[in-house]
Design a protein around this ligand. Structure first.
Ligand code: FDA
Length: 396
């Protein structure tokens, strides 16, 4: 005898985060006996810090094209069967006040803690057992799964891997879902940090850190994908929503194109300054169109020290080109320590889009961020966690 507590459940869900709790409450409320295991001492730590503590819990503009995946139609089925309105119904049933910010993003008026409390309450209604602080030692399969922790020996018909991606190890992120996928011969798409700040290369590090804290609206593009949102200079490179968004599409070695004056024809703007403000210098002219600190750095670099009247067309064209089409080549990202999500993960070509189960091992499910489906910034990743969790919870 091992001395461990032996128990049997219909399903074990590993990971008490957004996707795991949604899977568990859905299955539990269908009458399934469900156990949720997590190695953290508290559930839903990412929910608690999300959206600056107010949890951007969904996005009204949810559509399959808001998600990256090697298999771009995969998310369609789950997203269609559990929509933002379904989650909102749950939120309202629990009396949680919410508001729409911009771009369809829904946040709690109060605290992200309310979303976690709601999920735990719904789990309790479904009779779900949650055991925290459990280190997973071994997972095996014969005709059913056996999961060993230091204190428990669990048997279950189904296993749901909801351990998320690799982002923010200090909150408890591990590659367990990826490791177990390999153990059970489920293929992976190489993971990478997503929604993450980009670092400047050695040349740009000479001038960019002085701009740390400066923010402005930009248009940023990588390949055919572009976002118009705010960009923030940091002491290491670039961040802000526009950069986080494009970072999920960026590949090492590529450059991204940044339009610092997205609403303007830069050449015409500078030419007009030459006639209309002939005695003004570059900093004064540029600071009418961008934050002054940025104008102070870019003005002399792009337009020199002479007054506007003395700017030749050739200089204006080169300056306008840099302002509209700055080719920024990051040296890398700030990595999993700073990434809001992980791109890649369990290859969806090996999963059922209706149930989230492995096509070769139908009792094994993967949900949430562990799967190769990554949302844009703005509540899409939680909507994927709810939708994929609901799909699995309905099927198992
Ligand atoms: P999640 O990471 O939530 O949960 C995984 C669980 O598995 C954790 O509880 C973890 O402890 C557990 N686990 C991991 N390894 C384990 C192991 N080896 N053994 C046992 N348990 C293990 N998204 C969004 O839509 N709106 C937002 O506002 C934000 N904000 C935000 C802010 C910050 C700072 C971050 C880092 C991320 C966001 N996100 C977000 C992204 C969002 O938090 C993320 O996509 C979801 O939490 C993913 O849900 P999962 O349940 O898949 O994983």
């Amino acid at each position: 005898m091992s001395g461990k507590r032996q128990e049997t459940f219909d399903a074990v869900v590993i990971g008490a985060g957004a996707a795991g709790l949604m899977t568990a409450l859905t299955a539990g409320q269908r009458g399934k006996r469900v156990l949720v295991l997590d190695h953290n001492d508290e559930p839903g730590r990412k929910i608690l810090i999300s959206g600056g503590g107010r949890c951007n819990f969904t996005n009204l503009r949810t559509a399959p094209d808001r998600f990256l995946s090697q298999n771009r139609h995969f998310a369609r089925s789950a997203l269609a069967r559990y929509r933002p309105a379904d989650f909102l119904t749950l939120v309202e049933k629990h009396g949680i006040a919410w508001h729409e910010k911009t771009l369809g993003q829904l946040f709690c008026d109060g605290s992200a803690r309310q979303i976690l409390a709601m999920l735990l309450d719904e789990c309790a209604r479904g009779g779900v057992t949650i055991r925290l602080g459990e280190t997973i030692r071994d997972v095996r399969f014969s005709d059913r799964f056996t999961v060993d922790t230091d204190t428990l020996a669990i048997e279950a018909h189904s296993l749901v891997l909801a351990t998320g991606g690799l982002s923010i190890p200090k909150l408890g992120a591990t590659g367990l879902a990826h490791r177990l996928a390999r153990q059970f011969d489920v293929p992976l798409v190489a993971p990478a940090p997503g929604l993450v700040p980009l670092q400047a290369n050695i040349d740009d590090l000479g001038w960019m850190p002085a701009l740390s804290g400066v923010s402005l609206p930009v248009r940023v593009q990588s390949g055919k994908t572009a976002f118009e949102e705010a960009m923030l200079f940091t002491h290491k490179g670039l961040s802000g929503p526009a950069i986080l968004q494009i970072s999920s599409f960026w590949k090492p070695g590529q450059s991204i194109r940044i339009d610092l004056l997205p609403d303007k024809n830069a050449f015409e703007t500078l030419k007009n300054a030459r006639t209309g403000r002939s005695r003004a210098h570059a900093v004064a002219v540029l600071s009418e169109h961008m934050p002054r600190r940025l104008a102070e750095v870019l003005g002399p670099r792009l337009l020199g020290e002479k007054a506007a009247a003395e700017w030749p067309d050739k200089l204006l064209r080169a300056a306008a080109e840099t302002l509209k089409n700055w080719q920024f080549t990051p040296s890398g990202t700030e990595g999993y320590a700073k990434a809001e999500v992980t791109t890649g993960g369990v290859d969806t070509r090996a999963l059922s889009s209706r149930t989230m189960a492995s096509t070769t091992m139908p009792q094994l499910y993967f949900v949430g961020e562990a799967v190769d489906v990554t949302g844009w910034l703005g509540g899409y990743n939680f909507q994927w966690a709810w939708a994929s969790g609901h799909a699995a919870g309905t099927a198992l």
